[in-house]
Every structure is written in C-alpha cells, then in structure tokens.
Design a protein around this ligand. Sequence first.
Ligand SMILES: [Zn+2]
Length: 124
Amino acid sequence: MTSQERIERRRKQVEDAAREFGKLVARQAFEEGVGLDVDLATIEDLAAIAARQVVRGVVEQAASEQAETLGDEHPCPACGRVGRLEHRSRPIQVRGGEANLVEPVAHCSACRRDFFPSASGAEG
Ligand SMILES: [Zn+2]
C-alpha cells in the first residue's frame, strides 16, 4: 500500500466515523424525536455548530497527545541543559472557531529563555 493509499484509507475512515458521530449528535439534539415543526435550516444550523466543535475536539485531543509524547523533561536547544516541561494552554484559531492548545514549555535558567519543544521538531 502506498502512502497515498494509506492517506485515502484514513480519510475514508475519518469520514465514516464523523458521519456516524453526526447521527449520534442528531439523536442527542432531538431526544424526543424531530418534530415536524423543526425546519431543515434549523437542523443544518445545529449540524454546523457540531462540526465546529468536532474540529476543536480533534485539534485539542491530537495536540494534547503530541505534547504527552515529549515526556517531562527536554534539553535546551541552545545549551543542552535539561529543563522540566510544563504545559500551558492558549487559545488558537482553528477552522470554524477557537481551540485551547496545550503546549509544552520549559525555561532554561542558564540561557534565561523559554523554549517550546514540539513533536514536529520545531522549537521557538
Ligand atoms: Zn539553555
């Protein structure tokens, strides 16, 4: 299987899971059943609200898992001294709204700087 095929397979799995999740949301939103007084625009509005929260949930969960893979300590990119990682939360803009991004940060007392190791290797 090529990497392109794996990406396609994963995309299909995500779409299927999201569609099933949408059905759950619909049952949750209309616990007593969808009355005939509920129009399609109202249903679509609820779906759009749910979709924004799905984006937020996926971003927050995946970023949190990445942060956990870094462990509790990380060497300073400038001097190599190992610093203790703490986790800070900050709001970021995502498609359709805002998410709280938990990101690891450490302070190097020797260099007097904060650094932000990431699972992707980019450091600030
Ligand atoms: Zn340092």
